[in-house]
Ligand binder design. Structure first.
Ligand code: ADP
Ligand code: ADP
Length: 541
């Protein structure tokens, strides 16, 4: 083994144990004398979807500002700033040369989808239809509205849309533009898996039309499905970032997860992120936390109705919950908490539930440390610091105001707040939103360790299938028609749960032979057909 990874190294990389240090090279851009520096640039390619995989704060947006001609790279020089000729000279002979020349000639138009769609209502005041009409340069708004299923909100003011609706409207508003280069900064937050796959297909179709697509994405299954090539971004967030030359998507993701970049001869993380078929618990299953009977619940005149199969939740488990948005998952939680009465079935246990909603709203003018210490007396204790603050990387942001946090920072504070409360059951709705890959793994570990060490039980709703796989002991599958009818199955084992869930979506996964990482099969491929026949949608041998 290489001395750092727990398992035998699947690559032949043994020697290099130094973590990334700032390069001794000319940077592409540096913001100020001792400020963040970016090395390298991604190379958009016509007719291709190029992915960027890397942590937050590593310079991805900076790179895009350069590619969009909004920042002229200074090559780290402040007194005698270089002109474009000198910049071009740096990139002569690379995949970027042609792109940068076109940019200089004014031949490149750019369309961009921002990372934080929740902010769109701050800058646009009007209805969905007005937003789209203003940018529909290709005349395809109607088609995209249908494909992305946003008809229902087309006449609604933008500031009344949910995060999932805003995400799809923002995608439509970017893809209707007539540009050479599209930049999409995270497409999956708040979308369910079906919507994620639809978004990926739309982006691929547009690239086939000789356009360049550059996508930042932290949902690895979607990135794998979407990208034709991949740049890995590494370094030290906030200090420096390096964007590698393009790799194959599969190779780039595997190297990234392994924590070692082969061509660069660079270890980017001390250990590997590993996928097991199902990370087994150290102890056996606990007792039953709660048994509930079959129940039904509908709203209004039955506009939405939910049918729940009888089941039980076990003490000390993480129960993964999967299913589309708008299918009754939060309604189920409210029934368990005694906040709603079922129409049929009687259930009087009232569980104390600590709930992190999908859309995190903690915009108070209060510091992070003051907010968290108002929630728990354990704040600052060594156990709280080890189990909650450290894995959620809160130390660096403790003194910031809640209202100044980025989406990923706010998410981590909200997960910490949820786990810090005293409760019987912790319910986390989409904890992965806006977290980068490392942060997802760390948050997963925090949730699992917390339930294990404190005899707690958690239910986690998420649409990142890798995160659900890493997190859950069992699965509960919700199915039906969103906003009309939902059905909640009984909690089941991971294999049965994934098979039920993925059969509904008609998607199969195979295992990457080198890393065990699950990868989406091409529809209709030999593996896809074989696995469907065998009824093995996820954990195929
Ligand atoms: P990413 O898109 O990977 O999250 P960014 O490109 O937004 O990263 O930011 C990389 C680093 O550069 C961050 O530390 C950020 O604070 C810093 N940065 C971004 N814009 C500026 C600026 N205009 N002046 C100084 N520093 C900046
Ligand atoms: P999920 O958590 O799966 O996204 P929810 O349980 O929040 O789904 O909602 C399921 C459906 O019920 C949605 O169509 C939602 O609009 C509707 N709904 C939720 N709460 C109410 C309510 N109090 N009154 C009427 N309809 C509601």
């Amino acid at each position: 083994t290489c001395g750092i990874c727990v398992e035998k190294c699947p690559f032949d990389a043994i020697e290099i144990i130094n973590l990334p240090q700032e390069l001794d090279e000319v940077p592409t851009h540096r913001y100020g004398e001792n400020s963040f520096a970016l090395y390298g640039l991604p190379a958009p390619q016509e007719g291709r979807v190029t992915g960027i995989l890397g942590p937050n704060g590593i310079g991805k947006t900076t790179a895009v500002h350069i590619l969009a001609d909004e920042i002229t790279p200074n090559l780290g020089r402040f007194e005698d700033e270089p002109n474009w000729e000198e910049v071009l000279a740096e990139y002569r002979g690379t995949a970027l040369q042609e792109y940068l020349e076109d940019l200089q000639d004014g031949d490149v138009t750019v369309a961009r989808k921002p990372q934080y769609v929740d902010k769109i209502p701050d800058t646009f005041d009007g209805k969905t239809s007005e937003l789209l009409a203003g940018v529909d340069e290709r005349g395809v708004a109607d088609e995209l509205v249908e494909r992305l299923e946003i008809e229902a909100v087309i006449d609604q003011p933008i500031d009344t849309l949910s995060g999932g609706e805003l995400q799809r409207v923002a995608l439509a508003a970017t893809l209707v533009r007539d540009a050479d280069f599209y930049f999409l900064d995270e497409i999956t937050p708040y979308l369910d898996i079906g919507q994620r796959v639809t978004a990926a297909r739309l982006i691929q179709q547009l690239s086939a039309d000789d356009r360049s697509m550059l996508v930042v994405e932290h949902d690895l299954a979607v990135l794998d499905l979407l990208a034709d090539a991949l740049h890995v971004a590494y370094g030290e967030p906030g200090v420096f970032g390096v964007i590698t030359p393009p790799k194959s998507t599969k190779g780039g993701i595997n190297e990234y997860l392994h924590g070692y970049l082969e061509n660069e001869n660079m270890r980017i993380r001390p250990g590997a992120i590993e996928f097991e078929e199902h990370a087994p618990r150290t102890e056996g299953y606990g007792d039953t936390l709660v048994e509930y009977p079959a129940m039904t619940k509908s709203y209004g005149d039955g506009e939405f109705s939910l049918e729940i199969d009888a089941g039980e939740i076990r003490q000390n488990e993480v129960l993964g919950i999967v299913g589309p948005n708008g299918i009754g998952k939060s309604t189920f939680a409210k029934l368990l908490a005694g906040r709603l009465e079922p129409d049929e079935g009687s259930f009087d246990a009232t569980l104390d539930i600590s709930y992190k909603p999908q859309y995190v709203e903690i915009d108070q003018p209060m510091r992070v440390d003051a907010f968290l210490s108002s929630i728990t007396d354990d704040f600052g204790s060594s156990y709280w610091t080890t189990e909650i603050a450290n894995p959620l990387q809160l130390e660096r942001i403790m003194e910031q105001n809640l209202s100044d946090l980025s989406g990923g920072e706010r998410q981590r504070v909200a997960i910490a707040a949820c786990l810090s409360k005293e409760a019987d059951l912790y319910l986390l709705d989409e904890p992965s939103a806006h977290l980068d890959v490392e942060q997802r793994v760390l948050a997963t570990r925090a949730i699992r360790r917390y339930t294990e060490n404190h005899d707690k039980t958690a239910m986690v709703i998420d649409h990142d299938i890798y995160m659900i796989d890493l997190l859950s002991d069992r699965l509960q599958v919700f199915e039906g028609t969103p906003a009309e009818r939902g059905h909640a199955g009984r909690p089941m084992g991971m294999r049965e749960g994934m098979n039920t869930f993925l059969a509904n979506l008609d998607v199969t996964f195979r295992r990457d032979e080198r890393t065990g990482r699950p990868r989406i099969n091409k529809p209709g491929s030999q593996k896809d057909r074989q696995q469907k026949n065998a009824g093995e949608y996820y954990y195929a041998p």
